[in-house]
Design a protein around this ligand. Structure first.
Ligand code: 5AD
Ligand code: SF4
Length: 440
């Protein structure tokens, strides 16, 4: 038997790409590839790319530049580009980067085995279709990864068409995976030792599956997953405020396995900008929604995404964003300077001067950091549950996540990955918490 070939995958961007990279690794595994964590050792390098902002896309071309040198030294090396840059710029990648052997979009990677046949025969392969078949049904059935926490993609694509966003174009229309298949995959993961599942979707709370002729929303799906033996924790991301329905909000109050953490991007606190962004809700509606969510689950930690410097954003609009942040009190948030993306409606509009956007971003990030620290500090003295994921850096230490998704380190020489333990938080550090295991 020949030695297995080695595959290095670099994942950029969101958690959906992390999930896709795992599935691509499994597909390639069935073709005789094993994963390596060094590009230098690899027989094939696959870049699973992100197109959301200009910076993310540019990184891909500079990585291809670096790989070109590697390929010069090692001509048998195969180079593939997957993900959203592949989808958006596939033909251009082939033109600009002759070293790239394979380009595959996020909806076509179940076809990797056939594409690899072409590549092995010395041809270049490109597939950026949105096929009618369900890629998930054509991927290896058995999940090989086993870790205490896993992602599960339940929904893909987006029909919202926010004016700044490429996702509806790169990932396509909103599609929900069938309930039965998701339950099967969740059971399979649980049987492999997974204790925490994060359900993923570009618009995860728009999930609408069918079961026995009935329509299921995300709340119903989460409640059903909570019944699976071995699954102790559930999360989901990313949500749109307009899709937080009553049942999902109620689930936060009555489904104990649903963790008190919610990523609910608002992007801006100005109604004028929200309208220009095509977000289809006001700041006030968002704040009322947060109130309802907190009524269902008072200890909920909320996180968000923000864009500053959207075309037309005035100082007043930006102050409205700062006011909204003060009103909510976030546990964490991502904030970005607006990046004009080709093909999106907002890209046609006059940009805000870069120095103005820079200054706003700094102010927003300073406020968000203060809030993040305050929430971390508020954990000190509290009891939380921690799912150990791996050993910590210090001897005898375990690292895991709290209910609120904070990274927690615990000195616990007996602890092992997969243990779910009660912990008292003793200290809040810059990026993590320290705690002591409570032995009952
Ligand atoms: N410019 C800056 N940020 C963007 N995002 C999406 N598109 C853009 C863009 N063109 C941000 C949004 C989204 C997150 C995933 O990325 O805040 O919620
Ligand atoms: Fe992009 Fe808006 Fe869809 Fe989120 S909801 S993926 S920001 S278009």
């Amino acid at each position: 038997m020949s030695a297995p070939k080695r595959l290095f995958i670099k994942t950029y961007g969101c958690q959906m790409n992390v999930y896709d990279s795992e599935r691509m690794a499994e597909t390639m595994g069935a073709q005789g590839y094993v994963l390596t964590d060094k590009a230098d050792d690899a027989d094939m390098v696959l870049l699973n790319t992100c197109h959301i902002r200009e910076k993310a896309s540019e990184k891909v071309y500079s990585d291809i530049g670096r790989l070109t040198k590697l390929k010069n030294a090692k001509p048998d090396l195969k180079i593939g580009v997957a993900g959203c840059v592949a989808q958006a710029e596939g033909a251009e990648i082939q033109r600009r980067a002759p070293v790239v052997d394979l380009v595959v979009g996020p909806q076509a990677y179940h076809r990797l085995p056939e594409m690899m046949k072409q590549v092995d025969a010395g041809h270049r392969a490109l597939d950026t279709d949105f096929p009618t078949e369900d890629k998930f049904e054509h991927l290896p059935k058995i999940r090989t990864r086993s870790a205490p926490a896993a992602f599960l993609t339940v929904q893909e694509g987006c029909d919202k068409f926010c004016a700044f966003c490429v996702v509806p174009y790169t990932r396509g229309a909103e599609v929900s995976r069938p309930v039965e298949r998701l339950l099967r995959e969740a059971r399979d993961l649980a049987a492999r030792g997974v204790r925490e599942l994060t359900l993923l979707g570009q618009n995860v709370n728009a999930y609408h599956g069918t079961f026995d002729g009935e329509s299921w929303g995300l709340g119903r799906l989460l409640r059903e997953m909570a019944q699976i033996e071995g699954i102790e924790r559930l999360r989901y991301t990313t949500s749109h405020p307009n899709d937080m329905d009553d049942d999902l909000i109620a689930a936060h109050g009555d489904c104990a396995k649903l963790m008190p953490y919610l990523h609910l991007p608002v992007q801006s606190g100005s109604d004028r900008i929200l309208k220009a962004m095509n977000r289809k809700h006001t700041a006030e509606q968002y704040l009322r929604l947060i109130e309802r969510i907190r009524a269902a689950r008072p200890d909920m930690v909320l996180t968000s995404d923000f864009i500053v410097g959207f075309p037309g954003e005035t100082d007043e609009d930006f102050e409205a964003t700062m006011d909204l942040v003060r009103a909510v009190g976030y546990g964490m948030a991502y904030s970005f300077k607006y990046s004009a993306r080709p093909g999106t409606p907002a890209a046609e509009k006059a940009p805000v001067p870069a120095e103005v956007a820079d200054e706003r971003l700094q102010r927003l990030q300073a406020l968000l950091t203060v809030q993040q620290r305050a929430v971390q500090q508020s954990m000190v003295g509290r009891e939380v549950t921690v799912l150990y994921e791996k050993p910590g850096r210090l001897e005898g230490q375990m690292a895991g996540k709290s209910d609120y998704l904070h990274a927690v380190h615990v000195h616990d020489p007996e602890g092992k990955a997969g243990d779910l333990v009660r912990v008292r938080i003793t200290e809040a550090l810059q990026n993590s918490l320290t705690g002591e295991r409570i032995v009952s």
